[in-house]
Write a protein that binds this ligand. Structure first.
Ligand code: C2E
Ligand code: MG
Ligand code: MG
Ligand code: MG
Length: 275
């Protein structure tokens, strides 16, 4: 067996099986090291109550502080982390870090906010996922009612299993949001039967605001199904006006703030109101 030939050969062999190029293999090694050396960092983007400008939630977004390359965006390494399975330990790190940060903000006296954490399908469907969430909630003393896990519509491809996992998560008391909503495969009847709390309208629909009909359609549907609806990628004041008129109460985007470091976020929390 390849694994009997020592660690390096084994890695080479499995990487070969995954069909990874040498650049990818280098990146995979880098990701493993990043975990060990604590090179990941969470940035935070506020979620705003559109009618008041209050911060009512915070989405955590991972960054890789690479010693040579500087800050690397998740778009560059999350796909490979998913492909190699490294997303499981990385995702656990993210979840724990976000819960610890939430706890810390509460004990510093900031008002309670929802903490949203992105979860990859592969991580979500890992056999240990629900027990990991439970363990991390215990370890960090996080109130599950303030944790929202963001999954994407790709979980629908495995509807029955995903439904069971979501039910288990509901039992733990955590909330579920469907991220990038409208870009995936949800059939309406499946959506109706999924015990989720929130849908996040994908930014691409907001980008086409001369014709707001898609945003309005998704919004109406979401509100009819009694989901919370969050609009992603708000960059203009006009988008806020449109969303408010059509019943969308919460949004996030560069208009309010880009994702920022812990320090930046605390500066913003001290100001309380953003618009
Ligand atoms: P997402 O969860 O849909 O996050 C929204 C992305 O849009 C973020 O990019 C955010 O910085 C960006 N964004 C927010 N507002 C605006 C805006 O007004 N205009 C524009 N142009 N962009 C905006 P980011 O941080 O690069 O993350 C990209 C994606 O990487 C995320 O999309 C999510 O799918 C994934 N990701 C990020 N962090 C994690 C993580 O901890 N775990 C997992 N599994 N995936 C993550
Ligand atoms: Mg998200
Ligand atoms: Mg999104
Ligand atoms: Mg996304």
């Amino acid at each position: 067996l390849a694994k009997d030939r020592g660690k390096n050969n084994y890695q080479f062999y499995t990487a070969g099986l995954h069909g990874l190029s040498s650049r990818k293999m280098e990146m995979e090694t880098g990701l493993r090291k990043a975990l060990e050396l604590n090179q990941f960092e969470l940035y935070y983007q506020p979620q705003i109550e559109l009618s008041t400008g209050y911060i009512i939630g915070i989405e955590s977004l991972i960054r890789w502080n690479h010693p040579e390359r500087g800050i690397i965006s998740p778009c560059e390494f999350i796909p490979l982390a998913e492909e190699t399975g490294l997303i499981v330990p990385i995702g656990n790190w993210v979840l724990k870090e976000a819960c610890k940060q939430h706890r810390s903000w509460l004990s510093q006296g900031y008002w309670p906010m929802v903490m949203s954490v992105n979860i990859s399908v592969r991580q979500f469907q890992d056999d240990d996922f629900v027990s990991s969430v439970k363990r991390i909630l215990n370890e960090t003393d996080m109130d599950p009612g303030y944790l929202e896990l963001e999954i994407t519509e790709s979980i629908m491809q495995n509807f029955e299993r995903s439904n069971l996992i979501i039910k288990d998560l509901n039992r733990l008391g955590v909330k579920i949001a469907l991220d990038d909503f409208g870009t995936g495969y949800s059939s309406l009847s499946n959506l109706k039967h999924l015990p989720i709390d929130t849908i996040k309208i994908d930014k691409s629909f907001l980008d086409d605001m001369e014709d707001g009909s898609m945003v309005k359609t998704i919004l109406d549907m979401g509100l009819n199904m009694e989901f919370h609806v969050i609009a992603e990628g708000i960059e203009q004041k006009e988008q806020v006006d449109f969303l408010l008129v059509h019943g969308c109460k919460v949004g996030q985007g560069y208009l309010f703030s880009e994702p920022i470091s812990v320090d930046g976020m605390e500066g913003m929390l001290n100001k309380k109101v953003l618009v």
